[in-house]
Design a protein. Sequence first.
Length: 208
Amino acid sequence: MTGTQSVIHVVDDDKSFRHAVARLLQATGYQVAHYDSGDHLLANLPGSGPGCILLDMRMSGLSGLELQDRLSKLNSILPIVFLTGYGSIPTSVQAIKAGAEDFLSKPVSKHTLLEAVERALVRYHERRHQRDRLDHLRTLVSALTLREREVFSLVVRGKLNKQIAHELGTSERTIKAHRHAVMEKLKVQSLAEAVSIAERLGLLTPPG
């Protein structure tokens, strides 16, 4: 995978380390943006282009884990690779559970670092594809009328046309027409596909 279109965001309060990593990545063909703190990155949030974040664990201000949490709440899809000289099993487990791509201890070899970056960029493209797909599905659902959304909601919960007609106070024939319109607008051929869309968009309330 070429790095020419990817930006690696290096967040570390150690200036010499930050610049050394930047030189290595730039020599490999990546674009690099570097930040001396988590607050610095939050004040200059990366765009939606491909990349990943190389993040120190202990910094002045926000810690690496705190920045990871903030980025998660901002729905960032940039994978995070932790780089730390103060790693421990509990912190690494916490970081990975929270979605970090990798957890590396300083000093890190060139080979290990570049492999981690490559894996992170693969993950970025997977996440971007998933987000784009969900955005597309949301656009399809948003094209439904209010009544079509009501019908869609009941259909994907397994209700029969007769039951839906009774619940909405209309005729079964009308429900069939709405159901047909829903399937066309969602570009699906089967009930299973419609249910899959509802599940992916979180529209089905999980059983209590």
